[in-house]
Design a protein. Sequence first.
Length: 367
Amino acid sequence: MRGIATVPSFVVMQPTTLCNLDCSYCYLPLRAADRQMSVAVAAAVAGSVNPWAATRRFSVVWHGGEPLAVGRERLGALLGPFSAAVEHHVQTNATLIDDAWCEFFAEHRMRVSVSVDGARHRNGERHGRGGRPAYDQIMRGIDALRRHDITFSALCVVSDPRPGLATELYEFFLDLGCDVLGINIEETEGVNLRPNRWSPEAVAGFWAELLGAWRQAPRIHLREVEWTLRYAAAVLDGTADEVLPRQLDPMPTIGYDGSVVLLSPELAGFSDPRYGDFTSGNVLTTGLAELLTTPGRADWITEFAAGVEACRRECPYFRFCGGGHAANRYFEHGRFDGTETNHCRNSKIHLLEGVLAHARDEPPPAA
């Protein structure tokens, strides 16, 4: 059984619950409320993170809400307790980025990832609370990053995989100038109850087409495709059992109030009569390093571990997937020990099938 590591590779920090957008597929329950993290919470987290970062590469990911909605002064104060060895990343909708924010990113050596779903007509789900489209604001923010020569990644949500879409998206992101692209097929989770089941042929075809587009111009690091190709190479050389880490990364998410949720950031802010609020404690009363060795209130984590082991026994894709994410199990099945989800079909099983189908259809290189 894979246990949970006691030292993570990164932590997620929620500087505010507020988001200035109201995207249709958003899972966050408190995005209309402005509940801000105190510097005391950041300092408590830094007490554990700084020693980790002194001996290994370590990242803090600022995620909301919309992290930039907290403002530069507050975000700068939250960064203050962390040592210079810590890498800071921010996931942003880009609508608030301007020249001053770009200077802030450069000063703090902050890595930026922007959320955008392709060309204008693909961003209908990304809008403000009045329904006003956000595309022009997003692109103004990205233009500012490009003016300041700030390297950025992109995250794209796909709500309806269909033929032709993957090529269109890849060409858009090539022109956009991002260096890394992640593709999330929309998930049913949190307050987003929209169904996320599509035909296996459509989803596998989307991934196969995306690989084909990338092979024509492999100038972007394509997160899902590159991971799949690494796995396929490991299968061929007999090292597939070594692809997955021996222990699960705890991926601690630190809420604005200091509460800690392990394994799935998407569970933060939710509660259930059976499981409570999913938290394992609070950094204001117990150090993060200690919480990771004695997570406490872990009935749901034990149940999740049982589900992962069921996947190991039953699923031929386990070595590629590793058992999936706790939040997808919970929001799709209502508990944590279920196995296959629509998310793992869309973003693991059909991803691998699509990549392999593309490889089978491609002629071998000329001698």
